[in-house]
Design a protein around this ligand. Structure first.
Ligand code: ADP
Ligand code: MG
Length: 233
């Protein structure tokens, strides 16, 4: 295993995200502070509605905080231009979702090729990179299947390959095993653990599964009503 840089990768400080709907305000994330070090595997747990997805989306640069800061590899995300934020979403983070979020009309390989195109990879190189990415997740026999022709586990493996397409430093996974049976869940978890251990990719994963969180994480952050109520190291 190569040397892991233990500098803090993501610093979250007094982060809040308040949604306003008509006359009510919902503090989905409220005054949250924590650090994630490079190469750490961090799980976020908590009941439905506790703010887990909101937190992940803020770090992904898909949403903006109401107050507080996220310093991502030394860069204050609030100070990033729209262009810098687009680069952040494209190259710094790879996202994996419970519902896979593949493009339904595109085959497995086309889903990856599209991500590579967005990442600026020259056209003639895309296909071979996509094949090797799908091979790395054990799917080289499913290149031309559409998402609805894949099992849940296979679809999630395509999504992992897509998340890796532009070499992110961090993978943000929102309940990646939420739609999978227990055996398939374990396969997907083993894949994430391998990416973390062998490739030093930082992983921030939302999960409902306490046992999964306990077996794979360096740190577990528990959210309740938008606040951190406990951190386990
Ligand atoms: P979790 O992922 O832990 O289930 P979320 O982060 O999705 O929780 O949501 C946290 C809270 O914020 C919930 O009360 C939810 O209803 C509310 N919320 C989430 N997204 C929005 C939105 N776009 N507009 C208004 N309220 C929202
Ligand atoms: Mg959620």
């Amino acid at each position: 295993m190569s040397q892991v840089n233990l500098e803090s990768d993501i610093k979250v400080r007094n982060l809040s995200r308040i949604y306003s709907k008509a006359s009510i305000t919902i503090p989905a994330i409220h005054d949250v502070t924590f650090d994630i070090k490079k190469g750490e595997f961090v799980s976020i747990v908590g009941k439905s509605g506790s703010g887990k997805s909101t937190l992940l989306n803020l770090i992904a640069g898909l949403d903006k905080p109401t107050s507080g800061t996220i310093i991502f590899e030394g860069n204050d995300m609030a100070k990033m231009s729209r262009y810098k934020l687009a680069l952040h979403r494209r190259f710094s983070v790879g996202m994996i979702f419970q519902s896979f979020n593949l493009i339904p009309s595109r085959s497995a390989i086309e889903n990856i090729i599209l991500a590579l195109a967005f990442g600026g990879i020259p056209r003639k190189e895309r296909k071979s990179i996509a094949v090797s990415l799908l091979k790395s997740v054990g799917l080289d026999h499913r290149l031309h299947h559409l998402p609805n022709e894949l099992s849940g586990g296979e679809a999630q493996r395509v999504a992992i390959a897509r998340a890796l397409a532009n070499n992110p430093e961090v993978i943000l996974a929102d309940e990646p095993t939420g739609n999978l049976d227990s055996i398939t869940s374990k396969e997907i978890m083993d894949m994430l653990i391998k990416l973390n251990k062998e490739h030093q990719i930082t992983i921030l994963m939302v999960t409902h599964d306490k046992e999964t969180a306990e077996t794979c994480s360096d740190k577990i952050i528990r959210l309740k009503d938008g606040s951190i109520i406990r951190t386990l190291n």
